[in-house]
Every structure is written in structure tokens, then in C-alpha cells.
Design a protein around this ligand. Structure first.
Ligand code: BTN
Length: 310
């Protein structure tokens, strides 16, 4: 057994750990420092060592899993991006449901080529999908992941297409996001890497973000992860009926029926978001009354919500 697997949320004295691992106390102390430097939340005190409560380590996560996703589960301290590591595993034949999670990322990626800041205390994971869907359903995968995240977090809603967001004093703050990277061979989807970033703790986040603990103070990361994997699995299964799925997606939308400004390939569009089609496209009605479809890119809500409602 290695040191990480031997740790729990209860304090274990250094000598007891050393004895059970067949190592010296100095070797255990050195290994703890190595784990801490890698970003793994191991705490030390005069009482010994323990894992920070709720750490998404395998011994906390695996017994709680309710569905197929999360098996196998690869837990890391620091990675460039969980997408990179999962791609490597996917190319080596890893099965659908494989999850890679890192405590920190040095080059986390967001949508639209942006960086995803990944300070310690969040949840950063990638999930491997090998769906047998027609390729035109691909844009619905991140929407389904978004629905899964709202159901799992129990707070906020979705800014189109899949940002888990919440209004704070009339401004939208981002609690989490989804990045889809797909490997397509000819007309077939070979595999998809669904990357999920959830802001949990409040520290180290950009101005436009907020942590889930602001709304759920006691939220444990291991439980949040397990719920997210289960709810993403359930929402993906709902894609068998895209029209029914989109009806449920719309119930969580924070974008629908609000003034928006969309930036994407082609000219910028302003108007009111009036629909989300079963393809996942957002329909915006412009001032001239024309309806335009937005299929990719970034959409901002215009004005503070208090202004929009009056
Ligand atoms: C977005 O821009 O809203 C999507 C953010 C997705 C971030 C996650 S964190 C885990 C995975 N690894 C990455 O590099 N990105 C995704």
C-alpha cells in the first residue's frame, strides 16, 4: 500500500503510518512533503497526518460511485490539463467512463481557446465517452453535461451553452464550465473528452467566477464529484430523445428570454434569446424581428438582471 492510500480523514500518528508501510518516520515525512508539493491535500500537525475532509481521492470516491462513470478513476496532484492525460489514456484504449482528476492544472483549457484557472480547492476532471451517436448529436454532449452539473450542484442554472452560472447582485458569476474535445475519424466519432471545471472554494478565482461553497458552505468535493458523474451519465442517456432533452435543458436556462449579445464567426448578433433548438443552437430574435441561429461562440447577457426585468 502506498502512503496516499493509507491516509484517511482521521489523524494517524507518523510512527503508526511508518510501521504499517514498513518505512521510517523520516521517509514518511518526506513522502508527505512530496504529496503536498504536488498539490494533494495532506494535512500535518502534532497529531500526525490526515487527508483534508472531502478530498476526491480514490478511497473517498470509489465506494460512493453510483453509475458506470468514474471506473477506472485516475487521481493526480498536478497535471498540465486533465484533457491531455485522458487523451493519452483514450489513445491507449481506455474504456468509456474513465475519469482523470487533478487537484491543480498548470495549463487548464477553457472554451474558445481561453485558459481555465485551476487553483487548489476546485474540481478539475475529464471524462472519456465513446458514444455510438450520429455525429450531428455531438453539440448536445456538452449541453447534457451542463444539465448534469446543475442537477448535481443544486444551485444556479445554465448560461448557453453550458456554463454553470448563478446571479449574484444582478451579475452572472460562473460556477463551472464544460469543454468538449472530440476525436472524429471520417464520419465517425472515435471518442470524446468531456472536461469539467467546477469552482468549489472561493480563493484564487477570477472576478467573473464564484465558488459553489458560497451557496453550499459544507459542500464536500468527493460528494460533488460523485453526484456530477452520476447526473452527467443520466443526462447523456436522455439524449436518446433530443427533443425531450432540450425541453428539460430549457428549464435550466439563464439565457432564454433575456437580451443577449452573441459573438461568433460571422457578424455579432444582438437581440433576445427566444429558443434553443433540438440541435443545441440558440435562436436570437433581432430588433428587426429576424430570427438568427447561434451554433457556436460566446453569448453575453446584456445589462444587469435587475435592469432587464424592469
Ligand atoms: C469553459 O471554458 O467554460 C470550460 C472549462 C473547462 C475546464 C476543465 S477543467 C478540467 C478539464 N481540463 C481542462 O484543461 N479543461 C477542462
Amino acid at each position: 500500500m502506498d502512503l496516499l492510500a493509507a491516509l484517511s480523514e482521521d489523524w494517524t500518528p507518523g510512527p503508526a503510518l511508518a510501521e504499517s508501510l514498513g518505512k521510517t518516520r523520516q521517509a514518511v515525512a518526506k513522502e508527505v512533503r512530496r504529496l503536498q508539493q504536488a498539490g494533494i491535500p495532506v494535512e500535518s500537525s502534532r497529531r500526525g497526518y490526515r487527508l483534508a475532509p472531502g478530498a476526491p481521492v480514490p478511497q473517498n470516491v470509489l465506494p460512493k460511485l453510483k453509475g458506470r462513470f468514474g471506473r477506472p478513476y485516475h487521481y493526480h496532484g498536478t497535471l498540465t490539463s486533465t484533457q491531455d492525460e485522458l487523451r493519452r489514456l483514450a489513445e491507449a484504449g481506455a474504456p468509456e467512463g474513465t475519469v482523470v482528476l487533478a487537484e491543480r492544472q498548470t495549463a487548464g483549457r477553457g472554451r474558445q481557446g481561453r485558459r481555465w484557472q485551476s487553483p487548489g480547492g476546485g474540481l478539475y476532471f475529464s471524462l472519456l465517452l465513446r458514444p455510438a451517436y450520429p455525429l450531428d448529436r455531438l453539440p448536445l454532449l456538452p449541453l447534457a453535461a451542463g444539465v448534469g452539473l446543475v442537477r448535481a450542484a443544486g444551485v444556479g442554472g445554465l448560461k448557453w451553452p453550458n456554463d454553470l452560472s448563478v446571479f449574484v447582485d444582478g451579475e452572472l458569476k460562473k460556477l463551472g464550465g464544460v469543454l468538449l474535445e472530440a476525436q472524429v475519424l471520417g464520419e465517425e466519432l472515435h471518442y470524446a473528452l468531456l472536461g469539467v471545471g467546477l469552482n468549489v472554494a472561493e480563493g484564487g478565482l477570477p472576478e467573473e467566477a464564484a465558488g459553489i461553497r458560497r451557496f453550499l458552505p459544507g459542500a464536500r468535493r468527493d460528494e460533488l464529484l460523485v453526484r456530477a458523474l452520476y447526473e452527467i451519465e443520466r443526462a447523456l442517456a436522455e439524449l436518446e430523445d433530443p427533443e425531450g432533452f432540450i425541453k428539460r435543458y430549457k428549464l435550466h436556462s439563464l439565457t432564454l428570454y433575456r437580451p443577449v449579445f452573441a459573438r461568433w464567426v460571422g457578424e455579432p448578433i444582438s437581440g433576445v434569446a427566444v429558443d434553443v433548438e433540438p440541435t443545441g443552437a440558440l435562436v436570437v430574435r433581432t430588433k428587426s424581428g429576424r430570427k438568427k441561429r447561434v451554433t457556436a461562440g460566446e453569448v453575453s447577457l446584456v445589462g444587469r438582471v435587475s435592469e432587464v426585468r424592469t
